[in-house]
Design a protein around this ligand. Structure first.
Ligand SMILES: [Zn+2]
Length: 425
C-alpha cells in the first residue's frame, strides 16, 4: 500500500498527487508520528517545502519563498514575466488532520505542470503553483494569513506579527526562526496585474458529489458567513419546587430556539443556505437546578449575502419572540462577518466546458467552507474545482480520495488551461 518517494514517478498524474499527499501524512511532514498535524512554521512546514521545492524544480519551475512562507513555483510562459495563472491551495493542516485537505490541490497543480513540462509546452501566460503556509489558522488565532497577505487584504501587519500561539511564541519570532524577515511581511502582497487568474482544486469536504455519484464539481462561490453568540437569561430555580408555569428556563428557551433555527434554515435549503448551533452551555449546570443562563453559538452561511442577512434578521426576531413568550431575556453578539466570494462566471465556464469535453456533467455546487480562493478573489478572477471525498469526511484522518478521481481532476485542470489559452489568444 505504501508508496515510496522513488516510486511515485511511474504513477498516473492523479495517483501521483494522491501518493504525495500520503507521503506528506507522516514525519518529517507531520509534527508528530501519532497523527498528521502540520501547522504553520512548525518544523513539518519546511520539510514539506523542501520536497515540494525539489519537485517544482524538476518540473522546470523557478522557486521562491515569499516573506510569509508561501512557496511559489513559477513555470514561465512563452514570454518571460507574463502574468500568471496561479494554481494554489494550502499545505498546513488542522490537528489530527486528513491527508488531502489543501495538500491535494497543491499536488494536483504540480501534476499538471509536470505534464506540461514533460511535453515542453509553454503558454502565453506563466503558471505559478502556490503552497500557502497558513490557511487553517491552527497555530495562530487567525486563518488564511498566507492568502490574505498575498491578496493585499492585510493592512495591519503589526497585529499579525504579535499573534501568539498556545506556547506564547509570537508569529514574528516564528518567522525569524524559520529564516524569514518579519519586517518584510508586507512584501507578500502581489500586484494584481501579475495574476491573470486563480484556480484552486480542493476536496469537497462534504457529501454532495458522492450523493450525485460524480468525481468532480464546479464551485459557484464561497458562502458568506455570519457568526453570533446568543445569550439567554432566565432565572435559576429548584427543579423540584418551581411549578412548570412559573419557570424562566433559559435552557428550554434555547432548545426551542435551536429547533426554530433549524426549521428556518430548512426552508432556505433550496438556496444552499445552512444554519448551525454547534455549541451550547447552561449555568449553573446541575441536574436539580433550572438553568438560569444559557449561551449558544449561531453560524449562518449562504452564497447570497443578502439572503444570509435576511435569514439572520428573521432568526433573531423569531428567537426574540420565543424568549419573550417564555419571559427570558436574550442578547445577540456578532462575532464574525465574512462576505461571499462568488467564483468568476467566465472562468468557471471554462471549467464546465472542460468537464463537458470529458463527458462529465458540469455539476455546480457552492462551498460552505472557506478557502484561500476567497482571498485571491480580491485580486483576480477565481475558479474552484471540487473533488469527491469518501463519505464527505474532512478534518479527520479518515479523509479519502480515489486516485481515479484525482486523474480526472488533472485532466479537467489541463483542459481548463487549454481553454484559458484559447480565450486569451
Ligand atoms: Zn482546505
Amino acid at each position: 500500500m505504501e508508496t515510496a518517494l522513488s516510486n511515485i514517478e511511474v504513477l498516473s498524474p492523479g495517483a501521483r498527487a494522491v501518493a504525495r499527499c500520503d507521503i506528506f501524512g507522516k514525519p518529517p511532514y507531520s509534527e508528530t508520528p501519532a497523527m498528521l498535524t502540520r501547522r504553520f512554521l512548525t518544523p513539518a512546514h519546511p520539510a514539506a517545502i523542501a520536497s515540494l521545492q525539489r519537485w517544482m524544480r524538476k518540473a522546470d519551475m523557478s522557486v521562491t519563498l515569499d516573506p510569509l512562507g508561501n512557496l511559489i513555483g513559477r513555470y514561465e510562459g512563452n514570454t518571460a514575466g507574463a502574468p500568471a495563472l496561479v494554481i494554489g491551495s494550502h499545505i498546513d493542516t488542522v490537528r489530527d488532520a486528513g491527508r488531502y485537505d489543501g495538500a491535494l490541490g497543491v499536488m494536483l497543480g504540480l501534476s499538471c505542470i509536470e505534464q506540461l513540462a514533460a511535453a515542453k509546452r509553454r503558454l502565453p501566460f506563466a503558471i505559478e503553483l502556490v503552497a500557502f503556509g497558513d490557511e487553517e489558522g491552527s497555530r495562530f488565532p487567525s486563518a488564511m494569513i498566507g492568502s490574505r497577505a498575498m491578496a493585499g487584504l492585510i493592512s495591519d501587519y503589526a497585529s499579525i506579527a504579535a499573534l501568539e500561539d498556545e506556547d506564547g511564541v509570537m508569529l514574528a519570532d516564528a518567522l525569524e526562526r524559520f529564516g524569514l524577515d518579519p519586517s518584510s511581511m508586507s512584501g507578500t502582497a502581489r500586484a494584481p496585474e501579475s495574476v491573470l487568474a486563480y484556480l484552486e482544486a480542493h476536496i469537497e469536504q462534504g457529501p454532495q458529489l458522492e450523493a450525485e455519484d460524480l468525481a468532480l464539481g464546479v464551485v459557484t462561490g464561497i458562502a458568506a458567513q455570519l457568526r453570533f453568540r446568543v445569550s439567554f437569561t432566565g432565572t435559576a430555580g429548584h427543579a423540584g419546587t418551581t411549578p412548570m408555569g412559573l419557570r424562566q428556563d433559559a435552557l428550554a428557551c434555547a432548545a426551542e430556539a435551536i429547533l426554530a433555527i433549524e426549521e428556518m434554515a430548512r426552508q432556505q435549503a433550496v438556496h444552499g443556505a445552512v444554519a448551525t448551533v454547534g455549541s451550547i452551555d447552561a449555568k449553573p449546570g446541575a441536574a436539580n437546578v433550572i438553568a438560569g443562563e444559557t449561551g449558544m453559538s449561531l453560524d449562518i452561511r449562504a452564497l447570497d449575502g443578502t439572503l444570509r442577512d435576511e435569514m439572520a434578521r428573521h432568526m433573531m426576531s423569531c428567537i426574540a419572540d420565543i424568549a419573550a413568550r417564555r419571559n427570558v431575556g436574550v442578547e445577540f453578539e456578532q462575532l464574525q462577518d465574512l462576505p461571499p466570494s462568488p467564483c468568476d462566471p467566465a472562468l468557471s465556464g471554462l471549467l464546465e466546458e472542460a468537464l463537458g469535453e470529458m463527458g462529465l456533467p458540469p455539476f455546480r455546487l457552492a462551498s460552505g467552507a472557506g478557502h484561500d480562493a476567497a482571498a485571491l478573489a480580491a485580486i483576480a478572477p477565481m475558479a474552484m474545482l471540487f473533488i469527491r471525498c469518501a463519505g464527505g469526511i474532512s478534518h479527520n484522518p479518515a479523509e479519502a480520495v480515489d486516485p481515479a478521481d484525482a486523474d480526472l481532476a488533472v485532466e479537467a485542470m489541463l483542459r481548463f488551461i487549454d481553454r484559458l489559452e484559447a480565450s486569451t489568444a
